[in-house]
Design a protein around this ligand. Sequence first.
Ligand code: HQG
Length: 201
Amino acid sequence: MGSRSDVHLGRGLLSGLIHIVPDSLVTISKFLSLILRHQPEKIGLTLDAEGWALVDELIACAAKHGTVLSRELLFEAVDKNSKQRFALDPSKTRIRANQGHSINVDLRLNPLEPPPILFHGTATRFVDSILRQGLRPGSRHHVHLSATRETAIAVGARHGVPFVFEVDALAMHRDGCVFFRSENGVWLTTRVPVRYLNKTR
Ligand code: HQG
């Protein structure tokens, strides 16, 4: 097995042609996001109803499809992930993504009272559509909301020039809308109708 520094960053993931040890925790995070949120079948992996995969199975399936991950590297990628995107169970035998799924999993999050105001970061080019339709989850299960404006700006900047909506979470909650908070602090709700949105910039 090569060391982490002598392989090419990001190449070979899922290629199935050569075995590559990902040399960056970011590369591993992207790989895990793809497999644990969207396409486990890409490496022949099965998740349970709550989104968990067996660590040993993940490592074996990844290796079969060209991505060599040791347990140590995997655990380091989970531990050091900037957004704490992944969780291990206490026995460290299972792993899952904390949020962001497009595949059908039930994370068994408990409904929670949100703070009065939450934020949604998007890009300026989506603003008109959002003002017509409200916030929709798109390919994901939920609309993702941030606890702070700063986080929302960073989320929006992934899509282009950032734009932040304030969400009247207090009123939504009062009106019966259900909120969850993922393990890593992202607020989730099914949709946000236009009447709860305020343009902030
Ligand atoms: C937009 C990252 C037009 C929405 C982040 C967003 C987050 C609409 C885009 C997590 C719309 C969907 C999720 C409407 C919503 N018309 N556009 N009616 N309603 N949109 O990536 O919230 O790094 O699926 O504003 O930190 O950007 O992956 O959602 O711009 O927590 O861990 O449609 O992804 O986390 O984009 O990001 P996304 P998001 P990770």
